[in-house]
Design a protein around this ligand. Structure first.
Ligand SMILES: Cc1cc2nc3c(=O)[nH]c(=O)nc-3n(C[C@H](O)[C@H](O)[C@H](O)COP(=O)(O)O)c2cc1C
Length: 219
């Protein structure tokens, strides 16, 4: 892991979409990434076309493709992520899960897997049942990867909500929800990274000689 520079904008990585050119999942992810940008983050999208270029993750094979290494390196340097999957047969799609499986390559990092990173979760499905159950399932996967699912996750019923173009959505409430996912991921990154920045109040003091928290508020 590189040392954290607390003056730079946090990097939020988006992973998600489907193989379809007009993927509503990928378009929903775009709205969330723009919410993260509005909160002060830089973003990078790994959409359906990229995810489709990843081979099935095979842990026993020592060599990784250029695309696998690109994803692994991007996530390694990310401060937060947003994952967007369709509900496929009541679960996370194989395309998205394969990308998450590939993150096994981060197991020996100083920050293993998604450690210390907020992860916004988005699910699209043809109905509320899969939207809810797959969101829970995706959050369980993020927990397994040591990530911190954001408090708000977006479940979108694509029978009711249309994404007719890259930046259009038929339901303004869904737009707000997706922006909230992006905002929470970026806000967490900013707060978490500020916490990791050197504390001027305790700099140079041995452990145990720092000011008690309550004194910091005394004037
Ligand atoms: C193979 C497959 C399985 C699906 N399974 C479910 C499902 O179990 N429940 C559901 O509500 N929708 C299901 N759907 C519908 C998709 O979740 C929904 O159309 C989603 O919005 C597709 O995302 P996209 O527009 O990004 O391709 C399935 C679609 C496909 C292609």
């Amino acid at each position: 892991m590189t040392r954290f520079d607390h003056h730079r904008r946090p990097l939020v990585i988006g992973i998600g979409g489907t193989t379809r050119a007009a993927s509503s999942t990928e378009r929903a992810l775009g709205f969330a990434l723009r919410g993260a940008e509005a909160t002060g983050a830089n973003t990078r999208l790994f959409g359906g076309t990229f995810l489709h270029s990843l081979p099935h993750y095979a842990p026993e094979q020592p060599n990784r493709t250029k695309e696998q290494l690109e994803l692994i390196d991007a996530v390694r340097h990310a401060d937060a992520l947003i994952i967007a999957t369709p509900g496929y047969h009541g679960g996370v799609s194989g395309l998205v899960k394969n990308a998450l499986d590939t993150l096994e390559e981060l197991r020996a990092d100083e920050r293993p897997y998604l450690d210390g990173r907020a992860v916004g979760c988005i699910v699209t499905a043809y109905g509320w049942q899969a939207a809810g159950s797959v969101l829970t399932s995706l959050r369980s996967i993020i927990h397994a990867l040591r990530g911190w699912p954001t408090p708000f996750g977006a479940g979108i019923n694509t029978l009711e909500t249309r994404f007719d173009a890259v930046d259009t959505c038929s339901d303004p409430k869904v737009v707000d929800q997706l922006a909230t996912v992006g905002q929470q991921a970026a806000q967490f990154a900013l707060a978490f990274n500020a916490h990791r920045a050197p504390n001027p109040l305790s700099a140079g003091q041995p452990l145990g000689e720092t000011q008690p928290a309550r004194l910091l508020h005394a004037v």
